[in-house]
Design a protein around this ligand. Structure first.
Ligand SMILES: [Zn+2]
Length: 344
């Protein structure tokens, strides 16, 4: 399996996030990629390739043009309007009744309009990291188009919480959604996205909610008590012609592999019935028992089982990196998913 990776994400670093009442270093940090690269090598997954450069055209098929402009210009504008010393954060969010098109010359207005939480800070290296993740995703898609059975786009920052015009939850561009739309534009008739990150892929769901050509299935901590709280319920099944093409499988805190695999079986049945040309796996391993921002109890060997069950679908499979924050086990868990898949 080819692994597409670049170090260009490393400048997206140094911002803080709120945990309890304190601001602490963000769990979504460059070290995540370093431990994954190391663990992949130890597992014999060494076929690594640098991404080729791509423009923003594929991203613009999924994301609003003003949103893309915001991501590119926010930090230089923040520096000019606020001076150095902190990451760019919103102080007001575009809540119901406050929604207007923002003044694109005001960084505060843009941050308010285009982010939905305080977990998507923008620092000097953020845009380069976002662009790199896009290149890694699209390079992976090109590898698949050349006939590869599978590929791993090892990208950072993750993407599944980002919708067409909203960043949040460590996510800016929705890499998996961009890949799905790219495959459609290149001739695939049906694309399925299986999101196994601990958190609901609210951004991906929103992007494809009224469509019948991209199936979205998410296994996650139930939103009654877990981020992103406002989406991810089981009764969200799609809208209009998209009705029946969105499947949420929320599970309670403490979920272990037995219950989890029941959900994987339900997801697999729906994917088989859809018969997609391409499967995109939003690969998060924050379902791990010791993940600092997760609430499930999956153990490292369980990820072999999970990878095997994805292989059982017998579909061309494009893995796109999402979350996973238990630095001591993150690399091993990701390697186990891929090893389970390749041995399946
Ligand atoms: Zn997550």
């Amino acid at each position: 399996m080819k692994i597409i990776y670049s170090d260009a994400h490393q400048g997206h670093a140094g911002a803080l996030e709120m945990r309890g009442e304190a601001f602490v270093p963000m769990a979504e940090c460059p070290e995540r990629m370093a431990v994954i690269v190391q663990a992949l090598a130890q597992a014999g997954l060494t076929d690594m390739q640098a991404p080729t450069l791509h423009g923003l055209e594929a991203a613009a098929r999924v994301h609003d043009p003003d949103f893309l402009r915001f991501l590119e210009t926010a930090y230089p504008m923040w520096l000019a309007q606020k001076g150095p010393g902190s990451a760019a954060f919103a102080r007001v969010f575009g809540m119901r009744g406050l929604a207007q098109r923002p003044n694109m010359n005001s960084v505060d207005a843009m941050l308010s309009a285009f982010t939905f939480d305080i977990f998507s800070p923008i620092v000097a290296g953020t845009w380069d990291a976002i662009r790199s993740a896009l290149d890694i995703t699209l390079t992976g898609a090109r590898v698949m188009q050349s006939g590869a059975p599978s590929v791993f786009s090892l990208c950072r920052p993750p993407g599944h919480h980002a919708s067409g015009d909203l960043a949040g939850g460590y996510c800016y561009l929705n890499n998996a959604a961009i890949a799905a739309q790219y495959y459609r534009d290149q001739g695939a008739e049906r694309v399925a996205i299986l999101d196994i990150d601990y958190h609901h892929g609210n951004g991906t769901q929103r992007i494809f909610y009224d469509r019948d050509d991209v199936q979205f299935i998410s296994l996650h901590g139930r939103p009654e008590e877990e981020y992103p709280f406002l989406l991810g319920f089981a009764d969200e099944t799609g809208h209009g012609k998209g009705e029946g093409f969105n499947l949420n499988l929320p599970m309670p805190p403490g979920t272990r592999i037995g219950t989890y695999m029941d959900a994987v079986a339900a997801a697999s049945a729906r994917i088989r019935a859809f018969s997609p040309d391409m499967l995109i796996v939003s690969l998060g391993v924050d379902t791990y028992e010791h993940d600092p921002v997760g609430g499930f109890c999956l153990q490292s060997p369980d990820y072999l089982t999970l990878g095997q069950s994805i292989a059982d679908l017998r579909l061309p499979s494009h893995f796109v990196m999402e979350g996973g924050y238990a630095i001591e086990a993150l690399g091993h868990n990701v390697a186990n998913v891929l090893t389970g898949y390749l041995n399946g």
